[in-house]
Design a binder for this molecule. Structure first.
Ligand SMILES: Cc1ncc(COP(=O)(O)O)c(C=O)c1O
Length: 314
């Protein structure tokens, strides 16, 4: 849609996309092109016109007294430099705001989004926020990008938008992009759709989900739940093999230093035998609980996970 809107504006040279290192945006051919995870795309490499991955603002890169904001500024400088040279060919930059989940809950400072927004504006490049994983209250605000005080040109939502009850995905855009397609000429129209596009039942489930967000004060409750997660995390921070303990709203994670190639599997089994279903990504352990988790369940999850970690490291 980004490419086509530029094309309608007479800018068909803008046919390339930018993503961040470690990005994950899904597994269709187009989505794999902006995904930087070899495991998902290697087999399909001949079919894919890969995007250029730029340095990610991963807060773990901070060295020698640097802060997450410094790392974000460095990554933004790399974006600025790249676009300075190539903006004529670039339709859009796609990002997962605040947390690159599939890369291993890689968290970064909102400063990157603020700067990326300004840089993209300067170079006439769309900013696409893929909030499929981090949208709908997961990070503390309804949309993660709100924490940077910006708006994207495109916003992708799914998962939480229907509370997980029915499958729905949405792409929102701006009036400016809409106007680029609004024409009597059919070739200028955005014709792409899917069999179940605009499914009425799924849309109704999404509307009901939004009602629940409002009526049950889900965002406020999540802030409370996030505090329980934070309390549970302190126990992990004290463990000698645990690194980079981090949290953003309803996602908590840490990395485990272990040479054991079977650590992930071992930890998964230890946790399962203690009635906790975890799915570490490599050596990154994370908690992304459903919003309805109770304090008691949260304490149970964190305590049993701690026991499982100690067992897995023995
Ligand atoms: C950030 C992000 N984008 C895209 C996707 C893929 O979404 P879908 O399976 O609906 O294509 C995911 C799935 O986990 C995701 O985390």
């Amino acid at each position: 849609m980004s490419f086509h809107s530029w094309r309608n504006l007479g800018r068909s040279g803008k046919d390339r996309f930018l993503c961040l290192e470690g990005s994950y945006h899904g597994e269709t051919v187009g989505a794999m092109a902006v995904t930087d995870v070899a495991l998902f795309k290697d087999a399909y490499a001949p079919l894919i016109r890969s995007a250029t991955p730029l340095p990610a603002p991963d807060a773990r890169k901070a060295q020698d007294g640097e802060t997450a904001i410094d790392v974000a500024r460095k990554a933004a400088a790399a974006l600025e430099q790249y676009l300075g040279e190539h903006h004529e060919k670039i339709a859009a930059l796609i990002v997962e705001p605040l947390i690159q989940c599939a890369a291993g809950m890689v968290m970064y400072d909102a400063e990157y989004l603020r700067l990326a927004r300004a840089i993209c504006d300067r170079h006439e490049v769309h900013l696409i926020c893929d909030e499929i994983a981090v949208g709908c209250g997961r990070t503390g605000t309804f949309f993660a990008h709100e924490q940077a005080g910006i708006r994207p040109d495109f916003l992708c939502l799914s998962k939480g938008i229907s509370g997980g009850y029915l499958p729905l995905s949405i792409v929102l855009s701006t009036d400016q992009v809409f106007a680029a397609f609004y024409d009597d000429a059919i070739a200028r129209a955005f014709l792409h759709s899917h069999s179940y596009t605009g499914n009425a039942l799924a849309c109704r489930a999404a509307l009901a989900t939004l009602d629940i967000f409002r009526e049950d004060h889900v965002l406020e409750k999540n802030r409370e739940t996030a505090k329980w997660l934070a309390e549970g995390l302190t126990g992990f921070a004290e463990q000698p093999k645990v690194r980079h303990v981090r949290q953003c709203g309803m996602i908590a994670a840490f990395d485990v230093e272990s040479d054991d190639p079977h650590f992930t599997r071992r930890f998964y089994r230890e946790a399962l035998s203690r009635e906790v279903l975890l799915r570490p990504i490599g050596n990154t352990v994370y908690f992304m609980p459903p919003y309805v988790i109770t304090r008691q369940e949260c304490e149970f999850m964190m305590q049993r996970s701690g026991e499982a970690l100690r067992a897995a490291l023995q």
